[in-house]
Design a protein. Structure first.
Length: 330
């Protein structure tokens, strides 16, 4: 076993040796780093507080998630419990381990929120959350320390790029017609998928160690077989990215909507919005076929694009119709 993996295993065993009392808070911290959690936070912000911030969070998350999936394939590193049965996994994952998606996405999402708030306490709170989310992945034995460190580093670089280039990118897109902007969003989303497919193809001759699969299969928490070369995650992120962007462009062309209002209106918008997400996400998910072939990929892309379109475009129109929001004045 490589020395860096041996050191990582020793660190994880030490952390787990601190006691079972950490399990509940570590599971809570790791829950705060799941993409599914962010996909409720970002829409809530979009519907109830700030459309620009909510859209920015959603698009940044999809970019970060797609990049993380590609980098995982490029580095194809194991999870700790795939490599050494001495560690006890309190969670399970089907993808490769490095870099940590939780650490990377947390840095991008909470860093974006802190940058928007422009308050010292916001950066402190974001830093604490980012650390706890990354640390929880060590306790749960789904990541090595170097996975988390690299996730934090890549997330910080991506956050810096987003904050540095956002103004120029928006100015460039602002010179385009809305149809051209929509096509640019579509092209970018398809490029995400293509990059993942090319990465998988490039490593097609690499042999997945049988020991990793055996150790993962014997782990009591492994609900489904590991499938680290799956493209379904990238397809989901790409579809959601396009849907969010398309809905954002559409509602902007209709002068947007006012997120202000009494608490009951905001709560109603959130509940209706979440109900729509659940209907599209779980409803279509139960009907559409799953798999790693072109038809399931196409339907998955469509499903997640509809979810994104509902969040940023369709649900605001419904809010206005029901008197839960007002259109902005042109």
């Amino acid at each position: 076993m490589n020395e860096i993996f041996e050191l990582g295993i020793a660190i994880i065993l030490f952390i787990q040796g601190l006691g079972a009392w950490l399990l509940a808070p570590m599971k809570l911290a790791t829950f705060l780093g799941y993409e599914e959690f962010y996909l409720f936070v970002a829409p809530a912000i979009y519907w109830c507080f700030s459309t620009s911030l909510g859209l920015r969070l959603g698009l940044s998350l999809m970019i970060s998630g797609s990049l993380n999936s590609v980098l995982k394939m490029a580095m194809h590193g194991p999870r700790p419990y795939w490599l050494d049965p001495k560690v006890h996994p309190y969670s399970s994952e089907i993808s490769f381990g490095v870099p940590s998606g939780h650490a990377q996405n947390a840095t991008v999402v909470w860093g974006t929120l802190a940058a928007w708030l422009r308050r010292r306490w916001a950066w402190v709170a974001a830093g604490v959350l980012i650390f706890l989310i990354g640390f929880s992945r060590l306790y749960l034995a789904v990541h090595f320390p170097h996975d988390v460190l690299l996730g934090w580093l890549i997330g910080a670089l991506l956050l810096w790029l987003i904050l540095a280039l956002e103004g120029r990118l928006m100015a460039w897109l602002g010179k385009m017609k809305i149809t051209e902007q929509a096509l640019a969003a579509l092209g970018f989303s398809l490029a995400m998928i293509l990059l993942g497919a090319l990465m998988r193809l490039g490593w097609s001759n690499w042999s997945f160690p049988a020991e990793w699969a055996q150790n993962a299969a014997s782990a009591v928490t492994q609900i489904e077989p590991i499938n680290p070369w799956a493209l379904s995650g990238i397809v989901s992120n790409a579809g959601t990215f396009f849907g969010l962007a398309l809905g954002g462009l559409w509602i902007k062309s209709r002068n947007g909507f006012d997120v202000s209002g009494p608490a009951w209106q905001r709560l109603a918008r959130f509940l209706i919005g979440v109900a729509g997400v659940a209907l599209l996400w779980y409803g279509l998910g139960a009907v559409f076929p799953r798999g790693e072939t072109w038809l399931p990929f196409l339907l998955r892309y469509l499903r997640y694009a509809l979810v994104g379109l509902w969040i940023t475009g369709l649900s605001p129109i419904l809010f206005i119709r029901f008197g839960l929001a007002k259109p902005l004045q042109s």
